[in-house]
Design a protein around this ligand. Structure first.
Ligand code: COA
Length: 327
């Protein structure tokens, strides 16, 4: 099996910024409450004419440029998203078309905020077996369109954005994606979901009025689940790959809530300074979060050759995972 490496990263956030004070002007909340509970100060909101594939396109072009790859050379395009441009066809198909990736087959991955890890896992299997030579993996979300702006308990969290990665066979042994372990638990499906608009509860005037096509979340339960699940996932992956936690130089985590991340890292004993944090600026951008954070750290020159990176994410499902990358 071939080893798989990330050879290019890119990211994009829309230009419009929504601050906590902007939110406080339209609902009963405050900058202090939001920042203290979540670490969020601002989030970016897409323009009305932008769709998820537009955000994905901007991030992908950057990643391709860094990878020195033409879109026409791509063999596979994966988009992790809960906010595709339309119900069908997949967002990845729209993206591949916009890129001119004529050789690539394309499909979406649905694992909510953990989607980019699930997509990375699928992509790496295709490359490892030799089925394809490269994959564009994108996490892109336009969460402002599925946010229930009448719910102060969840609407404060979300933002729009995209992150992209180009994956290809590693050129040197020992570098690249060392491991990726994924988990799902559907018994917790109701603590974070969009209940309407699917086959269970199709859209009706009543379900639309009840905001069933928007995110519904029991925040405290999500918080507790996330901490327990990710602590277990990290401890297992490090143990099974005969590494020690102290060898990890960087933590690239889904930016759901900075308090969740603090609790996880404290429990497993990784210094918080090793985590790359941008949630104060972007909020929770779901599947975009990990590749966006990875791209920022990469472009800032913070990731050095052979550094060990821990990646982790959790989202609706619940779906979650942890991975180890030797940069
Ligand atoms: N501003 C002010 N007060 C708010 C508020 C807001 N935006 N949202 C909720 N409150 C109030 C509640 O009404 C409640 O008031 P009450 O005690 O008078 O009933 C109080 O704050 C506590 O609510 P609770 O929901 O228990 O708050 P919390 O401490 O759990 O914080 C979250 C809420 C959403 C910040 C937190 O639960 C969280 O981040 N959970 C994880 C969510 C997440 O990461 N989801 C995505 C996973 S991918």
């Amino acid at each position: 099996m071939r080893q798989v490496q990330i050879i290019g990263t890119g990211s994009y956030v829309p230009s419009k910024v929504l601050t906590n004070d902007d939110l406080a002007a339209r609902m009963n909340t405050s900058d202090a409450w939001i920042f203290e509970r979540t670490g969020i100060r601002t989030r970016h909101i897409a323009a009305p004419e932008e769709a998820t594939s537009d955000l994905a396109l901007a991030a992908s072009l950057q990643a391709l440029r860094m990878a020195k790859l033409e879109a026409g050379e791509l063999e596979m395009v994966l988009v992790a998203t809960v906010t595709p441009d339309m119900q069908t066809p997949a967002c990845a198909v729209h993206l591949a078309h916009k890129l001119g990736a004529k050789k690539a087959f394309a499909f979406d991955i649905g694992a909510a905020c953990a989607g980019s890890l699930f997509a990375m896992s699928v992509a790496s299997q295709y490359i490892a077996t030799g089925a394809v030579k490269n994959v564009l993996v994108v996490g892109a979300e336009l969460l402002s369109r599925i946010t229930n702006w009448e719910d102060r308990g969840s609407s404060i969290l979300f933002g729009d954005g995209a992150g992209a990665m180009v994956l290809a066979p590693a050129e040197e042994p020992g570098r690249g994606l060392l491991a990726l372990q994924l988990y799902s638990d559907g018994s917790a499906a109701d603590i974070l979901c969009i209940p309407g608009g699917g086959s269970r509860t199709p859209l009706t005037p009543e379900s639309l009025a009840a905001q069933h096509h928007k995110v519904s979340m029991r925040g405290r339960e999500v918080y507790k689940f996330a901490v327990t699940a990710l602590v277990h996932a990290i401890e297992r992956i490090v143990r099974e790959h005969n590494l020690s936690l102290s060898e990890i130089q960087h933590v690239i985590a889904h930016q759901a809530n900075v308090r969740i991340l603090e609790a996880i890292l404290e429990r497993i004993g990784i210094p918080f300074e090793k985590a790359h944090i941008n949630i104060s600026r972007y909020g929770n951008t779901s599947s975009a979060s990990v590749p966006l954070t990875l791209d920022e750290a990469n472009r800032a020159g913070k990731l050095k050759r052979e550094d060990l990176i821990l990646v982790m994410a959790i989202g609706a499902g619940m779906s979650w995972g942890a991975g180890l990358i030797r940069w």
